[in-house]
Write a protein that binds this ligand. Structure first.
Ligand SMILES: Cc1cc2nc3c(=O)[nH]c(=O)nc-3n(C[C@H](O)[C@H](O)[C@H](O)COP(=O)(O)O)c2cc1C
Length: 348
């Protein structure tokens, strides 16, 4: 299915209102593959977004959902982190959210994916059973599983995924690891990971993480990927639903670095280094989505108060290269840069 795309560019699903139907439609219309993010929404909200997207384009698109994990958080560690954050909450005049587990409306979302016959479905934070994957495939969907290591790639291949999205540690947003306590391959960069996984499984690979320029796309295609998935590169597009604060922070000189932290959600995620990340990273336990629910009121108040120091500003390592231009124009620019990079190599 990916080979039918005229442009080997996938706009990453970005939960939290970032990957809007307008953004996905623009990328699909430009010949790439636009994605909706099902994470954190209800199944019915996800269904409505699919309808909105279908009204904007008749091109193929994808929908991403989070695979729920176990409710195995260390309650004591969660309580300790809650105590640490109480003072911050008091200062902001809000109560912390209840640190609870949920499955992000998993079964209902699967039903929507079947009923809507979504062309491309991708999974993050785990690999669904072969039964779920083959049911989606029999229903006409093309199934992608996001992986961060050779072991995860082998599991996803064994369950029957059509394609793997290989996420390198350079990537913005959550690390897609199947297990929350997984840290082993955190430092294996995208190009090395692509090579390791290519040698281990015989499936087409999508490359994600730090891809900001057409030259980077040429590099991952040369390394054996069939397409590049870009998130941070699309954050500053006018169609992106990222807040103006988030868009500005990506190029604000006060935010020079990114880091991976559990401070905001209880799962490792890469974002701009701000005060919240610096002060609380060391206290945050591996408890997802407990910590996501617990810090939500803090993040909402910070967003309303225009305080970038307290928000989760997800960003990949290449964030300073994010361009403020319409998504279709960005796709065209990226393709031009990619072709120039390839031509340059041929001339050499
Ligand atoms: C703001 C933001 C939100 C994200 N949300 C999701 C998501 O909901 N599902 C998912 O599979 N990946 C999500 N990601 C990760 C992307 O799929 C992708 O791996 C990443 O953006 C690639 O790295 P880059 O940001 O450097 O391009 C998100 C990334 C960002 C920046």
């Amino acid at each position: 299915m990916l080979h039918t795309l005229s442009v080997p560019i996938i706009q990453a699903p970005m939960a939290g209102g970032v990957s809007t139907p307008a953004l996905a439609a623009a990328v699909s219309e430009a010949g790439g593959l636009g994605f909706l993010a099902g994470g954190y929404k209800t199944a019915e909200e996800m269904r409505k977004e699919i309808a909105t997207l279908r009204a904007l384009t008749d091109q193929p698109f994808g929908v991403n959902v989070f695979v729920p994990g176990e409710d195995d958080a260390d309650e004591k560690a969660v309580r300790r982190y809650k105590e640490v954050l109480e003072e911050e909450a008091k200062r902001l005049g809000v109560s912390l959210g209840e640190p609870k587990w949920d499955d992000d409306d998993w079964e209902a979302k699967l039903t929507v994916l079947y009923e809507e016959k979504v062309p491309v479905v991708s999974f993050t934070f785990g690999c669904p059973s072969s039964k779920i994957i083959s049911k989606l495939q029999d229903n006409g969907s093309f199934v992608i599983v996001t992986v961060t290591s050779k072991t995860e790639a082998q599991i996803a291949a064994g369950q029957g995924a059509d394609v793997l999205c290989v996420q390198g540690p350079e990537a913005g947003g959550h690390r897609a690891t199947f297990r929350n306590d997984e840290t082993a391959d955190e430092n294996v960069s995208l190009l090395v990971l692509l090579q390791q996984i290519r040698e281990a499984v015989d499936l087409p690979l999508i490359a994600a993480g730090g891809i900001m320029h057409g030259r980077n796309i040429a590099a991952v295609l040369a390394a054996g990927a069939c397409a590049a998935q870009l998130g941070t590169a699309f954050l500053r597009c006018p169609e992106s639903g990222a807040s103006p604060l988030h868009k500005n922070a990506l190029i604000d000189p006060q935010f020079q670095a990114t880091a991976v932290t559990r401070a905001f959600t209880g799962r490792p995620a890469r974002g701009l280094v701000n005060r919240f990340l610096t002060e609380y990273d060391a206290f945050a336990p591996a408890a997802y989505p407990h910590i996501h629910h617990m810090t939500k009121p803090l993040r909402s108040v910070a967003a309303k108060a225009n305080d970038p120091q307290m928000m989760s500003l997800w960003a990949g390592q290449g964030h300073r290269l994010a361009r403020n231009m319409p998504a279709q124009e960005l796709v065209r620019e990226l393709m031009k840069e990619m072709e120039e990079a390839v031509q340059g190599l041929i001339r050499k």
